[in-house]
Design a protein around this ligand. Sequence first.
Ligand code: ATR
Length: 270
Amino acid sequence: TDRYAVFGNPISHSKSPAIHNAFAVETKQQLSYEAILAPNDGFAVSFRTFVANNGLGANVTAPFKEQAYALCDELSEQAQLAGAVNTLSVLSNGKVRGDNTDGLGLVTDLQRHFGSLKGLNVLLVGAGGAARGCVFPLLQAEIAKLTIVNRTKSKAETLVDMFAQYGNVASQPIEHGGQSYDVIINSTSSSISGEIPNLSRDVINVNTVCYDMMYSKQQTPFNQWALGQGAKNVADGLGMLVGQAAQSFLIWRKIKPSVEAVLTQLRAEL
Ligand code: ATR
């Protein structure tokens, strides 16, 4: 059978094997998909061994997305712009191609929840790797304007400089007020420490859609805050996780699985 895997460290709690095995059943594809723990300093060796043992493709999660980027023979435009790779494919000529499906996973999940993003004013909170990976896909979804804010403002400005040629992107101080947005995306890791970004309540109106890339059984701290400011529509990042997996599956198998059934199952298991 065709062999796939997800690489990370740690990896034992990864939901990717369950997601991809469910996709395989649904689309009637014969394949195996396992979780592989790579040593922190040994991702490339671990991946090469997998390829030597008939590995056809892999997902890559923390902390290896930049190392995966570095070992690719070719990169999609989105992977180049993200500076990170979450999807590796072994081509028929043996070369390794890198993609990044995280941003498209986010965009498709936003569309699934809230409809078209066309013409919307979007606020992106955070300027780390997760933020960088979704800028180009958001611009490609024909949003009107992307405003990037970050605790460390200079990092938001760096992202703006990097993506200005691809669309309408600007930065603001994180605490700026005086305007609200159609969509607010939290890409920060602040909730890991139980914190929320220092946003003004002005950024939210009753129609604002808030999306937290983090997910949890209970409402995430960021989405709790948004609801407290009067937002009516919030969603967490579980759908982004399934969405990026679906895009990877499509790249490897040329068939698009449906996300709903898997998502319902994962939500029940949180
Ligand atoms: P990731 O790959 O998940 O994006 P990262 O590259 O380390 O991880 O980026 C983490 C992001 O979360 C950054 O934007 C960080 O802000 P700084 O650039 O100022 O460090 C943001 N972040 C982390 N903790 C935060 C907090 N408590 N409040 C606000 N932003 C926070």
